[in-house]
Structure formats: C-alpha cells, structure tokens
Design a protein around this ligand. Structure first.
Ligand code: RUB
Length: 316
C-alpha cells in the first residue's frame, strides 16, 4: 500500500472494490471526488511531491475494477487539469477540474436522458438489465414528458442490481414486473425496447455491460425488439481506437456459491465474469449526450473527443 495515498482515497477504493460504490457513472464521480480530497488534504511542500501523491492516488483508484472505462477517463480528466507550477496552484487545478468533471457528468446524463426519452413513446414497455443511471435518466425524462412507461426488470444475478432498478423505477411511478434472468426471452414479446447502460463502448461499436447483456440483445434481435444503449461519452473507450481490448473483470466465486455448497458438489470450477461484450450488429442505437448514434459510427465521435492516442491517466 502506497503511504502517500490519503486514507479517504483508500476507503473509496475499497468501496469500489467491494461494489458499495458501483455502476460506471457513479464510480467516475467517486474517483474524481477522491482525487479532489487527495489534493485538498495534501501537505506536500513542492510541486513534484504533490504530483507524485496525485498519481499514486490515481493508480490506487484505477486498480480497483478493470472494466468501466469511465474510471480511467475520470482520472485522466482531473489529472490533465494540473498545469500550475506551485503547490497551491496545483491544488486549485485539481479541485476545479474535479468539480467541473462532476458537473459535466450530471449535465451529460440529463442531456442524454432527453435524447433517450425521444425514442420512448407513450405506453411503451421497456426491459432492463442491471442498474444503469444513464438508462434510468431516459425513463425519467420520458415520464417527465408525461409518457406512461412500464418496465420488465431482470433481477441480474448474482448481485441483483435489478432490485435497485425496480426500486428507482417504482419511485418514478413506473409499474415494474420483476423477473428472473432466464425468463427474459419469454417476456420479450411484451416489450417495445430493451434499455441498458454500458461500462465501455469500443471503437467498433461493441458494448461492454453487465454479464447477460449480450444474450439479452441476441434474443431481442431474434424477436425484433430494438436494443437501446444509454451511454454518455464518458463510457467511450479511447484505447480501443489503437487496438487495445477491454479487460473483462472476473469476480470472486463466493458471489455465486459458498465454499460449503461448493464442496458438496465436488468442487467444480466456478467462473464469475462481471461483464460481457455485445457486438454492434445487435445494438440499434447508442444514446449519448451528443445525440444518438448507430454503433458503427461511434468511432467518429471518439476521434473528435479523444484524438488518436491516449496514455495511462497518471503518465505525463
Ligand atoms: C454496472 C453495469 C451498468 C453500467 C452502466 O455493473 O453494468 O449497466 O455500469 O451504469 P456493476 P451507469 O454493478 O458491476 O458496477 O449508467 O450508472 O454508468
């Protein structure tokens, strides 16, 4: 453990690791605030020590979970703001960049919600997978436009993020039907849109999201149900423009089965991937705060936002 990292930053890193803080946008917001805290609490007396502390904090946060690209994108945004030559100036740079980042994130989600809401008609039924604040922003905006929306919510084993979705939709006044994941195909006939979020969107338009998204998308395509991905541009993965692939997180098998039951079964191998990749041909639209895009054209937006190359967030 790097002693330069402030205890509050370590606490946030732990909470991301254990998923008390979870979901790509929420993680991004938390890490930007964590860097802000690191800067505010730093007692570094020279700029190089200060920069070193911020880079160490960024690395600790980065190493928590590998898939949501919003995490390194947030770190990069905040660290790139460091331009001053004095410690006080650098501290102010980080505070300003972090505040700006969090404000932009909130604004992007609300703008994206308006775009997504335009795709939803009065009386539509959506099917959700996992819990996505970007996806729910679309429903919320549609409800605010006076549209009646109903939802079929997949529980999303093993962590049951569908329960969070069900509760939040209920709070918006949206009638919810909760189903087990394996019942999704059975209910797709009753659905007008599959609506999911994303942890990362690759340059070819592939969508990386909670495990089970790709199977749902294939089934939806088979039934002719449109698949809409709500993903603010923070979810675009710049590294995929230069050939990098997205690392899929493998989580602890205890999320699926306890050791005692596992032993009773003769200790089979257990796999617990947290995410999967939905190829672009199964996605109808990626809804961002900059408008909606067919997945194949998302790379144009990526080039505009990120240029051609990126480095690790803490490399200068
Ligand atoms: C969360 C998940 C969400 C995306 C988008 O996975 O897959 O669909 O992160 O969420 P986990 P948001 O629960 O493992 O973090 O739209 O809120 O960024």
């Amino acid at each position: 453990m790097d002693e330069r990292v402030h205890p509050e930053v370590r606490r946030i890193a732990d909470e991301i690791d254990t998923m008390e803080i979870r979901g790509a946008a929420t993680i991004a917001d938390a890490v930007a605030r964590a860097l802000r805290t690191q800067a505010q609490e730093s007692d570094a007396t020279d700029p190089e020590t200060f920069r070193g502390e911020l880079r160490a904090a960024a690395r600790t946060l980065y190493e928590t979970r590998p898939t949501a690209v919003s995490l390194p994108n947030a770190l990069r945004y905040v660290l790139r703001g460091m331009s001053s030559t004095t410690v006080e100036g650098l501290r102010q740079n980080v505070v300003d960049s972090a505040d700006e980042f969090c404000a932009r994130l909130e604004r992007a989600q609300s703008d994206l919600g308006q775009v997504g809401a335009n795709r939803l008609r009065d009386g539509d039924v959506i099917m959700t997978h996992c819990h996505s604040t970007d996806a729910l922003a679309c429903v919320e905006a549609a409800v605010e436009q006076g549209k009646h929306i109903e939802a079929i919510v997949k529980e999303t084993r093993p962590r049951n993020q569908g329960h969070i979705t069900a509760r939040e939709l209920h709070e918006m006044g949206v009638p919810v039907t909760l189903i087990v994941d394996s019942a999704a195909r059975r209910y797709l006939n009753d659905v007008d849109h599959v609506l999911v979020g994303a942890d990362a969107v690759a340059a070819d338009g592939s969508v990386i999201n909670k495990i089970g998204t790709s199977g749902l998308a294939v089934n939806a395509r088979d039934r002719g149900t449109p698949i809409m991905v709500a993903a603010q541009t923070l979810k675009l993965h710049p590294g995929t423009m230069t050939g990098h692939t997205v690392d899929i997180e493998m989580r602890d098998t205890e999320e699926i089965i306890d050791d005692e039951t596992l032993a009773e079964l003769g200790n089979p191998t257990v796999k617990n991937p947290a995410f999967d990749v939905t190829p672009p041909r199964y996605v109808d639209a990626i809804v961002t705060e900059r408008g909606q895009f067919p997945p194949e054209s998302i790379v144009i937006l990526m080039r505009e936002l990120f240029g051609e190359g990126t480095t690790e967030p803490w490399v200068e």
